[in-house]
Design a protein. Structure first.
Lengths: 106, 868
């Protein structure tokens, strides 16, 4: 029976992105961001969002887990398109003509 | 159209005499078949021939249908004039079939592009439903100019089509020039069943697209009628949403994508194409893909170019593509900074290939660059975590592989110089700082040492100590424990280890000193309390060996004062120690009295004999020393021998004096164990199995694991591990499956002790890789984790495999016997089941003279024996 090597912690999401903190944020800033996010997503109203925030904080609050996440979060096999930042998805309003041109094109 | 084909419809269709049914139209099926195949021209000719012969209204209808199909075919191929001429001709000649040609007429009108003419029939309230449907179908599928529809003068100003088109036109313009309110998308003028319904959905999809609500946009695109005109925008929108990798967009759609999303969508598509190329692993597809992606990135997102190059480099390295060609396609070498090395190390680490120690060299490169780039400090907790991670990786590598690499590394490893060609000075400077290669990263000891020096904490020291315990030299582990104690003096674990180590060396005074220190730190720690009991028992054993019964009495009195000594069957063991003291004194009466007391406490004379044997063994007494103080067991004891033995096995484990089961009992125990069910508790089974393994009686241990697995429950992990230990060496896969399932079950039950035991078994076996089976097994040593289904599969398989796996290899042994020992009577009986005359001989032979021992016929239990 073959099984695959797995990482010990969940690395699907970047905890810093979840808490909205920059890579160089220290303990205090991480804690502030966590408290702010918990206020935005209280556990009684949004339990799923709260758990996600709490898990992210659990990773970041412990320097060892934070370090381990730094090493293991790099995913060399992720689709290359995932490198494109979200800001690259800005969409310009071009007016109706270019849209209608597509409709008229046979 | 020649005059010769003009045929009048003259006669009604005749009936079949006597039935009243109409005469069938000859060859009608042939015409219909031709139409179904799209062969409209021969269908028209055949229908004309038929009508010429028959002249019935039905044959005329068939001919008109064929013409209608022909006209549609002409329109489809762009022959609008021909279609129009044919339509006029047919309408003029077969006026009775006007209704059949209504929808074709609409198509002909539409083909002329004259919307006014197309829509005019809708002004007539009595317009035929077929014509209305046909017009609406054309409007739905072909009308792209909403303004022309909104201003169509052939319709009344308040006609629903015009008002809907006008509303859509306004909404369409609104959503494409800026953000809109939800109210602007309601569009009550547009019926969701009307021909413009898809337009309404399209407007909403575009609005969602600009609101970055891609999921809602995709939902809208999914419900746009694919036959409607708005469906033509779906591929372009999906490309902009990056949910489509369709490379073939029409020019206008390409322009729209570029205008709305800039060249970043082109980059996204190039990256998707490159991902697909990498999946093919074909160099000829990958290299052009790299060039296109890099070119698109330079235009659309220059800031991303370097990171993209690094990812592509790592992918190319993973596929072993020629470095120079990749570099050329990339337009230069990727930067070998911390980001690159981390990515590269992760690529190697997350592959399914067995790990090579070189992975740690890659992590070392990452560390150097990360420190130089300020990711973390050289002495920061991140560096410590990295050292630990590297050490953990090395623990996965078999010790012999590691040793071989370490010895060859300095001589053969030339570093990563080729990676630093064409690198900027700032990168080369980092590498230049480390001129001499220090292969510390190939030594778990040095890695643990560095990690613990920077960030001393329990988990790091525990890992280090666990690793050190695997080393042949016990002083290594002691040294680690001492370091741990120095760094974290409030932790009791290092003291407990040092105590155990001293105890094993026989340095009981030193062990007692360590225990005293541990008790000061945490007297109620269960391990400390157990250790106190164990150590006092060991001291009693020493005094027994020194033949100092007065000190034995003092020790037992001290033991009695321990609360732990009063639990379970432990008082019986204390009495057994006193019994041993009485034996040394030669006080038969007292010994007999103690023996009776033990029997009462344990409820079985067999258990009492075993407890006394155990105490005697602890005190170094031979059978001859105590033979007269212990009765011999009946050959057919009334009590269950296996229950008594298991009970004393647990007792021996509790007090730190593991029981050795007399060899002559094994067969009887095995038989009882395989024939009885539910008499033993899970711990008794486990301890019985472990005791059997101590004398290498794998069959007995296997039977204990089978009984334990049958009980199910939370202890399954323990019995899977016992099964792994009990399996013969050739059962490589089964053993590894059992270990992996044990680890996974332990993880789920948060039972670290079972996980550690399983890991040590695995690791210990690898470190002692000395035989053919270990060599066979060396390729898949990194596999560990399992899914729930896989665990269940292993459990079910092991539960059903109650018999010791020996017979399946029997054919391997047959030639050996037949050719060499064919006439050896004893060996010929080897495959017979275990005989009772052998197993019934239950007198412990320890201490008996050789002549007195029963003549033993060497018989394997089922399956016992070595392969070679």
């Amino acid at each position: 029976m073959k099984t695959s090597r797995q990482a010990n912690i969940q690395l699907n999401e970047d905890p810093r992105e979840i808490l909205g903190v920059p890579p160089d944020a220290g303990d205090e800033r991480i804690r502030d961001a966590y408290l702010r996010k918990v206020k935005e997503h209280p556990p009684d109203r949004e339990p799923a969002a709260f758990e996600r925030i709490r898990d992210a904080y659990e990773v970041l609050r412990d320097p060892r887990r934070r370090a381990l996440h730094m090493f293991l979060s790099a995913d060399p096999h992720a689709p290359l398109v995932s490198l494109l930042p979200a800001s690259s998805q800005q969409r310009k309003f071009a007016g109706p003509d270019p849209w209608l041109a597509v409709l008229r094109e046979k | 159209m020649g005059v010769k084909y003009k045929v009048e419809t003259r006669l009604p269709r005749p009936s079949i005499p006597g039935t009243g049914a109409s005469v069938p139209i000859p060859q009608e099926e042939d015409v219909r078949a031709l139409l179904a195949k799209g062969k409209t021209k021969p269908a028209v000719e055949l229908a004309r021939e038929i009508h010429k012969r028959c002249g019935w209204p039905e044959s005329e209808a068939l001919l008109v249908d064929a013409y209608a199909a022909r006209i549609r075919s002409l329109l489809k191929t762009g022959l609008k004039e021909e279609a129009k001429a044919l339509f006029e001709l047919v309408r003029e000649r077969y006026s009775s079939a006007a209704a059949r040609l209504a929808d074709v007429g609409v198509l002909v009108s539409a083909s002329s592009g004259n919307l006014e003419e197309l829509l005019r029939p809708l002004n007539d309230p009595a317009v035929l439903p077929e014509i209305r449907r046909a017009i609406e179908c054309v409007v739905k599928g072909q009308v792209c100019d909403l303004s022309a529809l909104a201003e169509c003068t052939s319709l009344a100003a308040d006609h629903p089509l015009r008002t809907a088109a006008a509303a859509l036109l306004r909404a369409f313009a609104a959503v494409t020039v800026g953000p809109v309110e939800e109210s602007a998308l309601v569009l009550p003028e547009v019926s969701h069943r009307g021909p413009l319904a898809s337009w309404k959905i399209l407007v909403r999809a575009i609005a969602y697209f600009y609101q970055q609500d891609d999921a809602a946009c995709e939902r809208c695109l999914g419900i746009i009628d694919p036959d409607s005109a708005p469906a033509r925008l779906v591929p372009a929108l999906r490309t902009m949403l990056r949910t489509s990798t369709d490379k073939r967009l029409a020019p206008a759609a390409e322009s729209l994508v570029a205008l709305v999303c800039g060249s970043k969508v082109s980059l996204g598509r190039a990256l998707q194409a490159l991902d697909s190329a990498f999946e093919t692993r074909v160099q000829e597809k990958i290299l052009p893909g790299i060039q296109r992606a890099v070119a698109a990135c330079e235009v659309a997102y220059p800031g991303l170019l370097e990171r993209l190059r690094q990812h592509i480099s790592v992918r190319a390295l993973h596929l072993d593509l020629p470095a120079r060609k990749v570099r050329a396609a990339l337009g230069g070498a990727s930067i070998k900074n911390a980001y690159f090395w981390r990515l590269y190390a992760r690529s190697v680490e997350s592959s399914n290939e067995p790990l090579e120690p070189l992975i740690c060299a890659q992590w070392e490169q990452f560390r150097r660059h990360a420190v130089a780039e300020g990711w973390f400090g050289e002495k920061g907790p991140e560096a410590a975590a990295l050292y630990l991670h590297m050490a953990e990786l090395l623990l996965e590598v078999p010790a012999w592989t590691l040793e071989r690499h370490r010895s060859r590394f300095a001589a053969h490893f030339s570093g990563f110089q080729e990676y630093y060609e064409d690198q900027p000075p700032v990168i080369r400077e980092v590498e230049a700082k480390y001129k001499k290669v220090d292969p510390y990263f190939l030594s778990p000891s040095q890695l643990f040492e560095r990690a613990c020096a920077i960030d001393p904490h329990r988990e790091a020291f525990e890992q280090w100590l666990n690793w050190a315990k695997q080393e042949f030299d016990g002083r290594v582990a002691d040294s680690v424990a001492e370091r741990w104690h120095q760094a974290l003096p409030l932790h009791s674990q290092p003291l407990l280890h040092l105590m155990e180590s001293a105890e094993k060396r026989g340095a009981l005074n030193r062990a007692t000193a360590f225990l005293a220190e541990a008790q000061k730190l945490d007297a109620v720690h269960p391990e400390v309390r157990r250790a106190a009991l164990r150590l006092l028992v060991a001291q009693t054993g020493r005094h027994l060996r020194q033949r100092k019964p007065h000190l034995v009495e003092q020790d037992v009195a001290a033991l009695e004062a321990l609360p732990e000594a009063q639990l379970a069957d432990r008082p019986a063991f204390l009495v057994a120690l006193r019994w041993a003291g009485a034996v040394i004194r030669g006080d038969a009466e007292l010994a007999s009295s103690f023996f009776g007391q033990i029997g009462r406490l344990l409820g079985s004379s067999a258990a009492a004999i075993l407890a006394c044997e155990n105490a005697a063994a602890l005190g170094g007494l031979t059978r001859a020393d105590f033979d007269r103080h212990v009765p011999q067991i009946s050959q057919d004891p009334a009590d269950s021998l296996v229950v008594a033995t298991a009970r004393v096995c647990v007792l021996g484990d509790d007090v730190g004096a593991p029981l050795t089961i007399p060899t002559a009992w094994h067969a009887r125990l095995w038989q009882e164990l395989t024939n009885t069910h539910g008499e033993l508790e899970s711990r008794q089974l486990e301890m019985l199995g472990k005791a059997a393994l101590r004398t290498d009686q794998k069959e007995l241990a296997y039977a204990a694991s089978a009984a334990g697995l049958e009980m199910g429950g939370d202890q399954e992990a323990r019995f899977l591990l016992l099964r792994a230990r009990a399996l013969p060496e050739w059962e490589l896969d089964r053993r590894d499956d059992c270990i992996a399932a044990t680890v996974e079950l332990g993880r789920r039950q948060r039972d670290m002790s079972i996980i550690n035991e399983a890991m040590e078994l695995r690791r210990g076996r690898r470190n002692a890789m000395t035989n053919f089976f270990d060599w066979l097994d060396s390729e898949d040593w990194h596999d560990f984790s399992m899914t729930t289904e896989e665990i269940q599969e292993v459990l079910q398989h092991e539960k059903h495999s109650r018999a010791f796996p020996g017979n399946r290899h029997a054919p391997l042994r047959v030639p050996y016997r037949e050719t060499v020992f064919l006439d050896d009577q004893e060996l010929e009986k080897d495959d017979e089941p275990c005989a009772l005359d052998d197993s019934n001989q239950l007198v412990p032979e320890m201490g008996q003279s050789r002549e007195k021992r029963p003549k033993r016929v060497r018989r394997d239990l089922p399956g016992q024996g070595d392969l070679f």
